[in-house]
Ligand binder design. Structure first.
Ligand SMILES: Cc1cc2nc3c(=O)[nH]c(=O)nc-3n(C[C@H](O)[C@H](O)[C@H](O)COP(=O)(O)O)c2cc1C
Length: 337
């Protein structure tokens, strides 16, 4: 089977279940082996389209948006392939159908399963999860190292996990976690990654919808914390963040998440899942760093500014090496080997 520059075979057209005919993503169309990670609330059509237009693969995060509208907006900006990211525990039936209109779906968290007919890539934190995704029919997997920003699935450093996953599955393996520059991309490709997946570097782009103060804090951050603090509605899901008032209040310099907070997040999960979106938005605007039940929603340029201190400033370990906010197209150029 012919292989693209990033090693994913071209399988032409595929039909799955009741989905209409969906062309598989032809990764030969990508000019560069750079994939922008799905980043809930901050990666919308502007960022995805800019990355795709620059020759990489841009990804719209399918969280708290109408996916069809975002996809249509991205399509107006670029004729190149665009992916949609779905967090499996939160994907609603409408989301899945709308995401099926993308060139690829990147799923994360929970038991891997194909949700639509287009190319399916699952982000994994372990060899076992990668094997499970392959058995479920994934076209490729992303090996996510512990260095990654946002929610972190496993505990293994990226290059080590990449090597282990590569020898365990036959499908292409992409690499994510701590990659912020050309050297990092080259190292991942040399280690056999089909492409490099970058989140934090693209968070720090002009097109990302992160709140300007969130970007500023990332620009001056020199460390990150892996915690479960911002687990309201999404408990037992460790995430990597830059310190802020909330982490200082509840974790001090770098303590583990207090057990009672993790427990409260777990117990309140069914209730939070049933809250209408309007009430969730109200609660979010009242969130304060001194309150223990903290939502996983990060501060965006159109959301409550208070989240800069009371919400999660997701970022990967590589954030310490980033001090500029530039156009996404420039980032693609800067990091391509
Ligand atoms: C701000 C932010 C939000 C994220 N949100 C998501 C998400 O909604 N879905 C997802 O699959 N991964 C998410 N991630 C994790 C990324 O998919 C990816 O694993 C990570 O960004 C790679 O590490 P890096 O940030 O060091 O490049 C997020 C990462 C960041 C930085």
């Amino acid at each position: 089977m012919p292989q693209g520059p990033i090693g994913v075979s071209m399988t032409g057209v595929a039909l799955y279940g009741s989905q209409s005919m969906a062309a598989k993503l032809d990764l030969l169309e990508l000019k560069t082996p750079i994939v922008q990670a799905g980043m809930g609330a901050v990666a919308r059509h502007e960022l995805a389209a800019a990355v795709s237009e620059a020759g990489g693969l841009g990804t719209i995060a399918g969280v708290r948006i109408r996916i069809a509208d975002e996809l249509a907006a991205a399509r107006r900006l670029t004729g190149r392939p665009v992916a949609v990211n779905l967090l499996l525990p939160f994907a609603r039936p409408g989301d899945v159908e709308e995401a099926g209109g993308a060139d690829a779906i990147v799923t994360f968290w929970g038991r891997p399963r194909r949700v639509a007919g287009c190319t399916w890539i699952h982000q994994c934190g372990s060899v076992e999860e990668a094997r499970e995704a392959e058995a479920a029919g994934a076209d490729a997997v992303i090996a996510q190292g512990v260095e990654a920003g946002g929610h972190v699935r496993g505990r293994t450093p990226m290059l080590e996990l990449l090597e282990r996953v590569k020898s365990a599955v036959r499908i292409p393996v992409l690499a994510a976690g701590g990659i912020i520059d050309r050297r990092g991309v080259a190292a991942a490709l040399e280690a056999g990654a089909a492409a490099a997946v970058l989140g934090t570097r693209f968070l720090m782009s002009e097109e990302s919808r992160a709140h300007p103060e969130y970007k500023r804090r990332c620009g001056s951050a020199d460390r990150t914390i892996l915690t479960e603090l911002f687990g309201l509605g999404w408990p037992a899901a460790p995430h990597r963040v830059v310190p802020n008032a909330a982490t200082r209040r509840w974790l001090g310099d770098c303590n583990p998440t207090p057990a009672w907070i993790s427990m409260a997040n777990r117990l309140s999960r069914p209730l939070v899942a049933r809250l209408p979106e309007s009430l969730q938005a109200q609660a979010l605007s009242r969130q304060r760093s001194g309150m223990p039940l903290l939502s996983p929603q990060p501060p965006t340029d159109d959301g409550p500014a208070g989240l800069v201190d009371s919400g999660p400033l997701y970022a990967g370990e590589g954030v310490a090496g980033i001090d500029d906010v530039v156009a996404a197209a420039q980032i693609v150029e800067m990091v391509t080997p």
